[in-house]
Design a protein around this ligand. Structure first.
Ligand SMILES: Nc1ncnc2c1ncn2[C@@H]1O[C@H](COP(=O)(O)OP(=O)(O)OP(=O)(O)O)[C@@H](O)[C@H]1O
Length: 268
């Protein structure tokens, strides 16, 4: 599915820290059933943008609307039912098992002291299964590998069953198979459940394969936005990353891939 209803809309958004602007005049729309990839060089402001539209830090200017309502008018609990956010490096709570962590993802649906319902248990089981984290459920977070822990966190935000999913580099620490499995889960959530996904990715091949739209961020602004075929050009990517690149299409999958061009003298 592609091009569904707008779930999260940011207009004229300036984002930054302590009044210092990192990114200006951002327009961003996350639509139901679409995966939007945020790409750009280190430090360009991808996480700052994602945290701002997730309501975790204030915008310096502009507005964010979630399902037509101003973000700032929504209580934390209402927002967590609609929007789930996986930060780049979540803090690891001491002594907590994977299942306990994932159950915490149900907090917005049941409150702090209410009993877990069958629906809660089903959401937790589903989230553990789709992230391949079910075998880890009894383990403590501090005894997991980086990749196992990342899958546990992903399961936690999925258990929230929100309609908007914001993931900041969800493939970090994951081996190749699990990277693709996580991105397959994201694609399925968009295609089959109509979830609006905003995902920060560094790998432009993954961006091309999984993004319905790509936002390229560089030099304090969004420098390109659109479907991969329009955005992944040698000019756009070359300018954003300060690289001379060639863009080729994989003949089997039809997806685009970017490669840095080596100077002729360096070619073997
Ligand atoms: N808490 C903070 N306080 C002040 N400045 C910050 C803070 N977090 C990030 N920054 C600065 O804001 C800018 C954007 O950082 P951000 O983490 O959003 O970039 P990014 O594109 O996500 O980078 P990366 O690809 O390396 O994860 C950087 O210059 C960074 O140093």
């Amino acid at each position: 599915m592609s091009g569904g209803e707008a779930r999260l809309v940011a207009r004229g958004l300036d984002v930054g820290h302590a009044g210092r602007r990192v990114l200006g005049s951002v327009d961003l729309t996350l639509r139901a059933g679409e995966v939007t990839v945020l790409a750009g060089p280190n430090g360009c402001g991808k996480s700052t943008l994602l945290r701002t539209v997730a309501g975790l830090q204030p915008a310096l200017a502009g507005e964010v609307h979630v399902d037509g309502e101003p973000l700032r008018s929504l209580s934390r609990r209402t927002l967590s039912r609609r929007l789930a956010f996986l930060p780049q490096t979540p803090l690891v709570p001491a002594g907590v098992t994977v299942r306990e962590l994932v159950r915490h993802g149900r907090y917005a649906h049941r409150g702090a002291f209410a009993r877990h319902t069958r629906e809660d248990a089903e959401a937790v089981d589903w989230a553990l299964a789709v992230t391949d984290a079910a075998p880890l459920e009894g383990k403590r977070l501090d005894e997991l590998s980086g990749g196992e822990r990342q899958r546990a966190w992903l399961a936690t935000v999925l258990a929230q069953r929100a309609d908007i999913l914001l993931l900041d580099e969800p493939t970090t620490y994951l081996d190749l198979r699990h990277q693709f499995e996580v991105l397959d889960v994201v694609a399925r959530l968009a295609d089959e459940h109509g979830i609006a996904c905003g995902v920060v990715l560094h790998d432009l091949m993954q961006a091309a394969a999984y993004g319905d739209r790509i936002l390229v961020i560089a030099d304090g602004a969004v420098t390109a936005t659109g479907p991969p075929d329009e955005v992944l050009t040698p000019e756009t990517i070359g300018r954003a990353f300060g690289l001379d690149v060639s863009v080729v299409r994989d003949t089997e999958t039809g997806h685009l891939a970017c490669f840095p061009r080596r100077p002729a003298a360096a070619a073997r």
